[in-house]
Design a protein around this ligand. Structure first.
Ligand SMILES: *Cc1c(COP(=O)(O)O)cnc(C)c1O
Ligand SMILES: [Zn+2]
Length: 425
């Protein structure tokens, strides 16, 4: 068989599943916990295969996450993809926000609300479900804090595969309707996300759910890899550069660890040079659910689970699966974490909207509010280029700001009405 030098990898560069705890290796199957130490599993790659990937190959690819297929565990053959083709979302220059916060170097907002179901979750779901179908699963499921539910239901509808999505019963209407509309089964549970997740971990062991891929349970290692595409994209959109600072919202903490992993890979395989002093990773939580930030502030590795409260529901995971690894990434890169209360979150949403034209959901409000705190406390360097991640869409959490904004004037439809209101001077 002959091959051309620049032919895209038709096979997966993934090599094994490796335990993040003890390093034990397992075959690429539907397994998420280590048989030796119960630690979480992560996809490991054939480094030589990754190193063959070129910028030209990526740039010649589709205008979505699959341009990075040669760096992902599944989806190299387009006909195998279960996907809404998310990705290549705008990297928005934010000079107005930078000025308001006192940042003197360039500031960017990576606006992932522009994905097909309006959150970054489309990235992880496309990779997870493509892997899941390859592994023979015939039904798609998840435990969700909201956005994952939207994305799994939509992907299943597009692929013509049945779905069953589990959510906490108190989710925002904007997340419930935007899931139910796709027609799959939607199970609302009287409990928190952590209760939902525990139930899903039990269901996945039953005979009745043997054919079901829970994107963030039994195929979680593949799901997590989808988050890397956010890091790849930021680097490519900056002209193949890694920003000096990134500010990332945390629920399980997975997204944060995978953006860091993406930067590390790009440097290791020679596609990008690291900034002279490396990059620094910052994490954002809400006051109502801040177990990872509290552990960092207490200088401990013991993450004490909490019962989440507050309006940032998409981030409300009280027992964060990747919390330890998020701590590791933030400490290693010299970063910090902080958290914002509900009023600060609302203010963050408005500040971002007013200065950039980006309307974020509560998670974006958390991130912008924490960015502000990090500048004020001197943890984030105002002289360094910074990317802040907006992971979801404001229209899904309208209640957060509904009472705070509205018409500036209410007038009669006449010049006189306009004059009376002062619009004519
Ligand atoms: C799920 C989610 C996150 C964070 O996810 P991790 O569990 O930390 O990977 C961030 N923002 C939004 C809007 C989300 O839905
Ligand atoms: Zn292990």
């Amino acid at each position: 068989m002959t091959s051309t030098v620049n032919a895209p990898a038709a096979t997966s560069p993934a090599r094994a599943l490796v335990c993040r705890g003890c390093g034990a290796e397992f075959p690429l199957a539907a397994q998420h916990a280590c048989f030796e130490c119960f630690g979480p599993l992560e996809v490991a790659y054939d480094q030589a295969a990754l190193a063959r990937v070129t910028r030209e190959q990526i740039e010649a690819g589709p205008q979505n996450i699959w341009r990075y297929a040669a760096l992902l565990p599944a989806g190299q053959d387009p006909s195998t993809r279960v996907s809404l083709d998310p990705g290549l979302t705008p990297l928005v220059s934010a000079p107005g926000l930078a000025a308001e916060l006192g940042l003197r170097a360039p500031l960017w907002v990576k606006d992932d609300s522009a994905n097909p179901t309006h959150s970054f979750k489309d990235r992880v779901v496309s990779v997870a479900l493509t892997a899941a179908r390859g592994l023979g699963f015939t039904r798609f499921a998840c435990a969700s804090t909201g956005n994952l539910a939207n994305s799994v239901a939509a992907h299943a509808a597009r692929a013509g595969v049945p779905s069953i999505v589990f959510i906490p019963g108190d989710l925002e209407q904007g997340k419930v309707i935007t899931t139910a509309v796709y027609g799959g089964d939607l199970v609302a549970i009287d409990g928190s996300y952590d209760d939902v997740n525990r139930l899903c971990s039990e269901l996945v062991e039953t005979d009745e759910f043997e054919d079901t891929a829970f994107v963030n349970v039994n195929v979680r290692p593949y799901y997590a890899e989808g988050s890397k595409t956010l890091g790849y994209e930021v680097a490519e959109q900056l002209g193949w550069r890694i920003p000096e600072q990134v500010v990332i919202p945390m629920a399980s903490g997975e997204l944060l660890t995978k953006v860091d992993k993406a930067f590390t890979e790009l440097v290791e395989i020679g596609l990008v040079e690291a900034p002279a002093n490396g990059w620094t990773v910052f994490g954002a939580q809400s006051l109502g659910c801040n177990p990872i930030a509290v552990a960092l502030h207490g200088d401990t590795d013991t993450i004490v689970p909490v019962k989440p409260t507050g309006i940032a529901k998409s981030l409300n995971i009280g027992d964060p699966a990747a919390g330890l690894y998020a701590l590791e990434a933030v400490r290693r890169t010299g970063g910090w974490m902080d958290y914002a209360d509900d009023d600060e979150i609302r203010e963050g949403i408005r500040l971002l909207a007013r200065t950039t034209g980006v309307f974020a959901e509560t998670a974006g409000g958390v991130t912008v509010a924490v960015l502000k705190k990090l500048v004020e406390s001197g943890k984030l360097d105002p002289e360094k280029e910074t990317v802040v991640f907006n992971t979801g869409e404001g229209l899904k959490t309208l209640d957060a700001v509904a009472g705070l904004v509205g018409p500036t004037y209410r007038i009669k439809p006449s010049l006189r009405g306009a004059r009376d209101a002062g619009l004519l001077g």
